[in-house]
Structure formats: structure tokens, C-alpha cells
Design a protein around this ligand. Structure first.
Ligand SMILES: Nc1ncnc2c1ncn2[C@@H]1O[C@H](COP(=O)(O)OP(=O)(O)OP(=O)(O)O)[C@@H](O)[C@H]1O
Length: 346
């Protein structure tokens, strides 16, 4: 049994007992593991409803989120368990919880509930912690999972599905970029997009993992600030999707949410071809990912398949503008993708 961590209002009780996990007043049974991250495990869980009670259905979460379109009909959810071994990790999880709770948009994965508990004292005699974050579950996997399966089967998304998936990501990202203050997601990549296949409709795309999201705009005014930014991004922004200005930041620079537009361009390329335009370097001995990115050495697949129109390639190139100051913003991107949708969707 865990010991309740108290100190801030945001912390609630979570108690492990008999294979079930309590998050505040709701109880969940672990069904199976769905995935794994750096210090986290993600499980499929099912809400355990109170028996012999006339109001057992709907469950506690349905009472709490009456209007939410994200709640499941059958009480299934995704539970992320984060292992926390030091204060820095504790602060990072608290920040992930704070930022995840800011946004409300159909294409951004909402945090439904959370709990942080103290477990057992570590060698320094301070407490270890575990955090439990509850999300809607999307069982068709991430865009990365889908791309891998499709590549193995020599399949690819239709032009129409590429554009519709991308349009949804833009809608979610616009919510973050137009927030007051604007937020950058900082880790846009296929592994952070959940996909749900639907009958007679394009796949549903939901952006997740706000662990690296931060207020987007900052003025860099010294060498040490530039190096600090580079160090932070090397830990938080996946390298094949990281914008050039985050690899080699000048001592006087203005950084804004257009770092995400670069990652969005790499993600559009990935929806089409299954990997970042710069990921090929990782497979080549001696190749430098940083050089390929800073010099925008995009490798386009040869051959007629997949048969995407040249307009899509030009769209990717437009987002992969190495000078951030002239890179388009999310509103420009949405205007353009809508034009492409009306031209190429049927
Ligand atoms: N809501 C969900 N529904 C279904 N599967 C999920 C959900 N959330 C996460 N997963 C699965 O768990 C994996 C890890 O989740 P997540 O990316 O949130 O962990 P992380 O620790 O932040 O990972 P990383 O170290 O890559 O940043 C995902 O790649 C996905 O396969």
C-alpha cells in the first residue's frame, strides 16, 4: 500500500491493492500493458464499478466528466504509471500534469485524473514517488506503430488520409499555439500521435504526451542561455524531429512556437514515407543527423510509390524552412492544408 503524499492541492490518494489501483475515488483493474516510455509504463485498465448499487453505471468518471467526448462507454482507460526517483523527475511530472490539464480540444489527449503517491524511502531517506495519470485509451496504437505495420505490408496512407490526419494534428496544435501564452509541444512525432481507425471516415488522430510542452516564446540573450536551451532540447525534443535552431542556437535569438512547425513538417513526411526525412542518417555509419538537419538534406524516396502529388512534397519543404523567422505559422499551415484537402480529397 502506498502512503499518501500531501503538500499541494493537486495531489490525491492512490492506493494499490489486490491488483487494482485507486485514483482518488475511482478504482481500476489492470488488464494488460499497452506501452512503455523512458520512466513510464502504460496499462489498459478497466474501471471497477461499485456492485449492488443502483447507480453503479455510469462510473465516477462519467459523473465527473458528464460532457466529455473522450470517455469510454465500457470503462476502459489508459493508465500511465511514472516511476519517480528524484526531485527533478517529480517536478517534471508535476509540470506534465499542470500542462496536460490546461488544454481542452478533440485532437489533444486530455488528462482525466491523476495521483502522486509516496512509496518507500530511498537510500537518501527521502521518499520515492509514483505518479498515475489516467487518459482515454486508443487501442489502434500510435502513428509510428501504424506506419511500421503498413511498411511491413507495403501499404501506405492515401493522399486523402495523409491530409486528414495531418489536418487534425494542426487543429490540436493550433489550440496550443494560440493559447495565452502560446505553448510549444516540443516533441511532435509519430510516436506521440494516437490513431483510431473508423468506418467510412479518415482515421482519428490525437496528439499526446505534454511532458515537454512549455511556453513557446523566449528571447535568448547570452551564450549560456543558448547552451542551456540546447541542453534542455537535447533531453526533451526527439533528435530526428528537432528544429535546426535548437541544435545550434545563436547567443542572440528569438525562439517561438515555429520550432513545432519544423517537427510538424517532419511528421507529415513520416505519415507519407514512414520515417523522419532525416532519419536515414541514423542508419548510415558516420552520418551526422545535426548536419543533415541544419543543411536540410531531405532524402526523398525514389520511385513512383507511394504516389503522392508533388504539392505534398512542396508543402513539407515549406515547413522545413531552416530560418525560423520566415517559417510559416500554424494558421498559415491550416489555410494551406485546407486548400490541399479540397483539391485532393474525395
Ligand atoms: N492513451 C493511450 N492509449 C493507448 N496507448 C497509449 C496511450 N498512451 C500511451 N500509450 C502507449 O504507451 C506508449 C508510451 O506512452 P508515452 O509516450 O506517454 O510515454 P513516455 O514515457 O512519455 O514515452 P517517451 O519516453 O517516448 O516520451 C505509447 O507509445 C503508446 O504505445
Amino acid at each position: 500500500m502506498g502512503c499518501t503524499f500531501s503538500g499541494l492541492n493537486a495531489f490525491y490518494d492512490a492506493v494499490n491493492s489486490g491488483g487494482d489501483v485507486w485514483i482518488n475515488e475511482n478504482r481500476f483493474r489492470i488488464v494488460r500493458q499497452l506501452g512503455e516510455g523512458g520512466f513510464a509504463y502504460v496499462f489498459l485498465v478497466k474501471e471497477v464499478l461499485a456492485v449492488s448499487s443502483s447507480d453503479a453505471v455510469p462510473g465516477g468518471l462519467h459523473k465527473k466528466f458528464k460532457d466529455s467526448t473522450h470517455l469510454s462507454d465500457d470503462g476502459s482507460y489508459a493508465l500511465k504509471k511514472v516511476l519517480i526517483q528524484n526531485n527533478e523527475q517529480l517536478e517534471l511530472v508535476k509540470e506534465e500534469i499542470r500542462v496536460s490539464s490546461l488544454f481542452s480540444h478533440p485532437n489533444l489527449l486530455p488528462l482525466l485524473d491523476h495521483a502522486i503517491i509516496a512509496t518507500k524511502p530511498n537510500q537518501e531517506r527521502s521518499w520515492n514517488h509514483e505518479a498515475y495519470l489516467l487518459f482515454p485509451v486508443h487501442l489502434d496504437g500510435t502513428l509510428l506503430d501504424n506506419s511500421k505495420t503498413m511498411q511491413a505490408n507495403k501499404e501506405f496512407f492515401s493522399t486523402s488520409d495523409v491530409l486528414q490526419i495531418f489536418r487534425q494534428l494542426c487543429a490540436g496544435l493550433k489550440h496550443m499555439h494560440n493559447f495565452d501564452p502560446p505553448y510549444a509541444h516540443n516533441d511532435i512525432k509519430p510516436g506521440n500521435v494516437l490513431i483510431t481507425h473508423r468506418n467510412d471516415q479518415p482515421p482519428l488522430a490525437i496528439l499526446m504526451d505534454f511532458g515537454s510542452a512549455r511556453p513557446a516564446r523566449r528571447q535568448i540573450s547570452s551564450r549560456s542561455e543558448a547552451l542551456q536551451l540546447q541542453e534542455w532540447t537535447s533531453e526533451h525534443c526527439s533528435a530526428p524531429f528537432r528544429a535546426p535552431e535548437l541544435w545550434d542556437c545563436e547567443s542572440h535569438a528569438y525562439i517561438d512556437e515555429r520550432t513545432d512547425i519544423w517537427s510538424l513538417g517532419c511528421t507529415l513526411y513520416s505519415i507519407m514515407y514512414g520515417a523522419s526525412p532525416f532519419e536515414y542518417v541514423l542508419g548510415e555509419s558516420g552520418g551526422s543527423l545535426q548536419l543533415a538537419i541544419v543543411n536540410v538534406q531531405i532524402k526523398w524516396p525514389a520511385g513512383p510509390t507511394p504516389p503522392y502529388p508533388d504539392a505534398l512534397r512542396q508543402f513539407v519543404k515549406w515547413m522545413l524552412q531552416p530560418q525560423a523567422a520566415v517559417r510559416p505559422n500554424i494558421n498559415d499551415i491550416i489555410i494551406h492544408v485546407d486548400k490541399l484537402i479540397s483539391k485532393f480529397s474525395y
